[in-house]
Design a protein around this ligand. Structure first.
Ligand code: SF4
Ligand code: SF4
Length: 139
């Protein structure tokens, strides 16, 4: 009986305390501003300079460009852009080096998949990775 009262006292005392747990995945986790999550890619900003692919320490970026369809414009536009998230270490180097901010880090970290093949993300997927893009990184 004494043990029960002791337990109840502890429970009642903690009922009014601020929660330290989150109802994830039903509630999104609050993340710090500088969190380095899965990249968002803006194809229209990419100038196909290859800096991101060259600096990547794990060689997980593959990209190709093509001639600008408008003959009056110089330079290339992006054709394909893939990141292999099996080996991406989310180091932020690709986004730091990008001169046009065509690739930026987000607060999105959910990459769980049933197949390793699904960890290859292409241009369309990266372009649509709009969830949790930091306000200053939105186009
Ligand atoms: S975050 Fe790092 S490892 Fe991942 S693609 Fe960018 S440079 Fe490569
Ligand atoms: S994403 Fe940025 S760094 Fe990479 S090729 Fe495009 S413009 Fe260059």
């Amino acid at each position: 009986m004494r043990g029960l009262a002791k337990g109840l006292k502890y429970t009642l005392k903690n009922l009014t305390r601020e929660k330290v747990t989150y109802g994830y995945p039903h509630e999104p986790l609050p993340l710090p501003d500088r969190f380095r999550g899965i990249q968002k890619f803006y194809p229209e900003k990419c100038i196909v300079c290859n800096l991101c692919a060259n600096i990547c320490p794990t060689d997980c970026i593959q990209l190709t460009g093509k001639k600008h369809p408008d003959p009056t414009k110089k330079g290339k536009i992006i054709d394909t852009y893939d990141i292999n998230f099996e080996i991406c270490i989310l180091c932020d180097l690709c986004t730091e080096v990008c001169p046009t901010e065509a690739i930026v880090m987000t607060n999105n970290f959910e990459l769980a998949e049933y197949s390793r093949d699904e960890l290859f993300k292409n241009l369309e997927w990266l372009d649509q990775n709009d969830d949790n893009v930091r306000r200053e990184n939105k186009a």
